[in-house]
Write a protein that binds this ligand. Sequence first.
Ligand code: PMP
Ligand code: GLN
Length: 382
Amino acid sequence: MIRSKLPNVGTTIFTTMSQLAVQTGALNLSQGFPDFNGPQALLDAVGRYVAAGHNQYAPMTGLPALRQQVAAKVARLYGVSVDVEQEITITPGATEAIFCAIQAVINPGDEVIVFDPCYDSYEPSVELAGGRCVHVPLSNDDFAIDWQRFSDALTPRTRMVVLNSPHNPSGALISRADLDQLAALIADRDIYLVSDEVYEHLIYDGVAHASVLAHEQLYQRAFVISSFGKTYHVTGWKTGYVIAPPQLSAELRKVHQYVNFCAVTPLQCALADFMAEHPEHIEQLPGFYQAKRDLFCDLLQGSRFSFKPTPGTYFQLVDYSAIRPDLNDVDMALWLTREHGVASIPVSVFYQTPVPQQRLIRLCFAKREETLQQAAEKLCAI
Ligand code: PMP
Ligand code: GLN
């Protein structure tokens, strides 16, 4: 008998729903990925680097040219100066960065505060480090952090807090005032932060991203994580980065060098060139995705789903209470896929204690206009 180290983990909802979409031929608005290609110049650059022989191990910390571009980007966007050698590590995806950050500082018996609904990779990473997640629910209506509940969850064993803004699955944003609250509440405690900012450029309506990088007090204890996959429409490249103060980066690198050692070389070369040559890509990204959000929301006005346009990410939550209040969200997602040809993600799977009577599913709008139109047509016919 295997004594599983993760007895409560099964197949992720993303795999389950994407597989069902393929089996049933449904439009896949479940797992978050674009159905369009990344910028042609970026794709061409990979081909060139592969052909030119850039196919051996990259430096463990990441290609210097790419780390320089990341430093230039965060200086431009958040007005911060980070050390290219000591504070930036390129990783094979944000997922690996999250895993390594948690392994680097969490010891058996430590508690990690996460906010529900919460992304699925945090808790298994904490459990493998011997820690325990303490789940603090976000508010039911707008997915805001209740700082009183957070404060009540702090114990002498609290060693880490995981933030995620823009938030998957709700799209909610953490404000600068939230960060100030957090800083005040943990000021005298030995607590680290993982700030999962993979959707940092997907924020709408002119709102600015409140990055932990720009919060001097919090940054001193933080691992700030992002993903090139989201930013450049190439989720399958699994390339990301983590920015952390030198001592924390050093601990993270001890883990990273044995989990994966380095990220894929030709992808890093291509990303470095593209970032240098096309800084406008990032500037145009909020507008690019806001247009998709607005189109999708306009089309859904004709449906019986109710929703508030998402402030961030490429996910739109919709409430189906007016359609099938009898179904829980997992059954609703299955029914919608099988009977109406649209795959989605139920929100309850991101909770330790699902909210009774919550009737929400998540739809990904990182799709071509015709996909959004086809999906909306199906959703409006229900
Ligand atoms: N965090 C969140 C909130 C995500 O939605 C994702 C997307 N899969 C990740 C981390 C992982 O990113 P990556 O694909 O770069 O590992
Ligand atoms: N982050 C993606 C989502 O939320 C899923 C990535 C995965 O399948 N692990 O849809």
